[in-house]
Design a protein around this ligand. Structure first.
Ligand SMILES: Cc1cc2nc3c(=O)[nH]c(=O)nc-3n(C[C@H](O)[C@H](O)[C@H](O)COP(=O)(O)OP(=O)(O)OC[C@H]3O[C@@H](n4cnc5c(N)ncnc54)[C@H](O)[C@@H]3O)c2cc1C
Ligand SMILES: NC(=O)c1ccc[n+]([C@@H]2O[C@H](COP(=O)([O-])OP(=O)(O)OC[C@H]3O[C@@H](n4cnc5c(N)ncnc54)[C@H](O)[C@@H]3O)[C@@H](O)[C@H]2O)c1
Length: 488
């Protein structure tokens, strides 16, 4: 192995794998470092996207089986959580076949070192692991060290068996009463999955609603659905103290307290970082007052040779996004800037076309500019709402709580030329349905492009046209109505 590289990536999660494989394929000498072989794939493969979506998949099967009872099917029994987790592990292992050191060395011809990386200079790193330590250097280094769960501090917490996303997928027996602290994406996706598998789940959120990054009406619709399925949602509350291994006292905003009993606790209250081992000061890499790496719009740290990507890039001026595909966007931006000549051509990181999906049932997808972005940037916009109640597919499949909300340019004299700026959809498979809307935002497609498309009947994505049919019918200028009558 070499001791000097064109690029070193520290961390082999979504960001590290992305940047190292792409740069190697472009012909550069690249070193990828992670602590252990079994951590390659990072959070997404090991404790995040993959296991959570596999678990959600099984919980949907169980839910569907229960819902088939009115049609004569009898499905009884209890969830065998060990079997569920075996399924989850098998899915992870299938992906691990191409996310491991031997595969990357052989197939991608990447140099991969297993050990903990620590800066010993501005462009120099010491790697210590099972095989001792060695020092390597590079023209550029990308920090892809990800994030970890924030810890919950409360009196009496030592008596309680706490789970986080790093341990919950090792559970072998289904807790009868599961308490989830945190009503963000992790808490909300997993609360529905565990409730469907048979636990009695209580979710405690510190804020006034679940999924606070979504529109309030979307949070409310989803909360209604979760409550109907039996999840107990308790908001505006914080954990005050654990009385014993099975009970917790919650602090309400009005000063009162409330006691809840549980058999297991999952903590999902946000993320913090893996910077402790990195000795960032040795490389002149500064943190901001939130403990995030200080970055400019080009993902560059206060050391011009060191960049950050993925969850580790939460200190970007554009804001924090903890998603695997945010890591993809960071990597694409970095590589574009690495290989284009001159800094003036460098691309700034922007989330204007970003989107994300919360994999509940119904799913929630949010894309483009939010209402908050539009207001703070003083961009004129209109909001169009579409309730799926009259959509045939929604009626056929008994969707409940499905809605599409678009933020568009103000409708001008020609409503067909209106463009979408952003939006949200809550519906079964919303993450898939909204893909053409996301493309429309990015490619600046117009209402007319949807209006003129003939959608096979009764595909669910017809809603992407129906919203425009209603909107254009309501906004056709009087002069156009007069003209068409005259032509007729
Ligand atoms: C439960 C859950 C569900 C999620 N679901 C989704 C989803 O559906 N869709 C989505 O887009 N995102 C999802 N996410 C978020 C997604 O998992 C993360 O945004 C993504 O994995 C971050 O990738 P990363 O490369 O930045 O970091 P990580 O994947 O955390 O990788 C960092 C790597 O760096 C290594 N490392 C750290 N420090 C050092 C060091 N000093 N030396 C060597 N190696 C080091 C670690 O071992 C690790 O492998 C989910 C997250 C969770 C927790
Ligand atoms: N489908 C997806 O893409 C997906 C799924 C899961 C997670 N993720 C990513 O992982 C990240 C982390 O998820 P998360 O849910 O842990 O974090 P989060 O920061 O998004 O949400 C945590 C929630 O916990 C609340 N909270 C904080 N302290 C609390 C306390 N003491 N008591 C009760 N509530 C408290 C916060 O107010 C917040 O609403 C997310 O930002 C998301 O980007 C993505």
């Amino acid at each position: 192995m070499k001791s000097h590289y064109d690029l070193i990536a520290i961390g082999a999660g979504s960001a590290g794998l992305g940047v190292s494989i792409a740069m190697k394929r472009l012909g550069f000498n690249v070193l990828l470092i992670d602590r252990y072989d079994h951590r390659i794939g990072g959070d997404c493969l090991n404790d995040g996207c993959v296991p959570s979506k596999a678990l959600i998949h099984v919980s949907r099967l169980i839910h569907s089986a229960k819902r088939s009872q009115p049609f004569g099917w009898k499905s009884e029994g209890k969830t065998d959580l060990a079997a569920v987790m075996q399924y989850v592990r098998e899915r992870q292992d299938s992906i691990r076949v191409h996310e491991n050191a031997a595969y990357l060395r052989e197939t991608e011809e990447l140099d991969v070192e297993l050990g903990t990386a620590r800066f010993v200079g501005k462009q120099t790193i010491e790697i210590s692991g099972g095989n001792g330590s060695r020092v390597v250097s590079a023209k550029n280094i990308v920090l892809c060290t990800g994030s970890k769960p924030k810890t919950l501090n409360a009196t009496g917490i030592d008596q309680v068996k706490l789970y986080t996303n790093e341990t919950i997928f090792s559970l072998e027996t289904l807790p009868e009463r599961l308490l989830i602290v945190g009503a963000g994406p992790i808490g909300i996706e997993l609360c529905q999955a565990f409730q469907r598998m048979g636990s009695q789940v209580t979710v405690v959120g510190a804020e006034e609603r679940i999924l606070t990054k979504e529109l309030p009406e979307v949070s409310d619709l989803l909360q209604k659905r979760l409550t109907e399925e039996g999840v107990i949602v308790k908001l505006n509350r914080k954990v005050k103290a654990f009385h014993d291994a099975n009970s917790v006292e919650l602090q309400l905003e009005n000063g009162l307290t409330e006691l809840i009993e549980f058999d297991a606790v999952l903590v999902a209250i946000g993320r913090t970082f893996n910077f402790d081992d990195l000795n960032l000061a040795a490389a002149g890499i500064e943190l901001n007052d939130k403990g995030q790496i200080k970055l400019n719009d080009y993902l560059q740290t206060t050391n011009e040779h060191v960049f950050a990507a993925g969850d580790a890039a939460a200190g970007l001026p554009a804001g924090q996004r903890y998603f695997s595909h945010a890591a993809e966007l960071h990597v694409a931006t970095l590589i574009t800037n690495f290989i284009t000549p001159g800094q003036v051509l460098d691309k700034k990181l922007s989330y204007d076309h970003f989107s994300w999906v919360t994999f509940t049932d119904p799913e929630v997808v949010t894309f483009g500019l939010s209402e908050y972005d539009l207001k703070t940037r003083k961009i004129s916009y209109e909001r169009i709402d579409y309730d799926f109640a009259h959509d045939d597919r929604a009626v056929i499949e008994d969707y409940e709580y499905a809605r599409l909300i678009l933020f568009t340019e103000p409708t001008g004299i020609n409503p067909f030329s209106t463009k979408i700026l952003g939006g949200t959809m809550i519906a079964p498979n919303a993450g898939e349905l909204a893909q053409e809307l996301i493309l429309a935002v990015q490619q600046k497609l117009t209402a007319g492009d949807f209006f003129n498309k003939i959608y096979p009947y009764p595909t669910a994505s017809r809603v992407n046209k129906s919203i425009w049919v209603d909107h254009i019918s309501d906004n056709l200028p009087g002069v156009v109505r007069k003209a068409v009558k005259w032509f007729y």
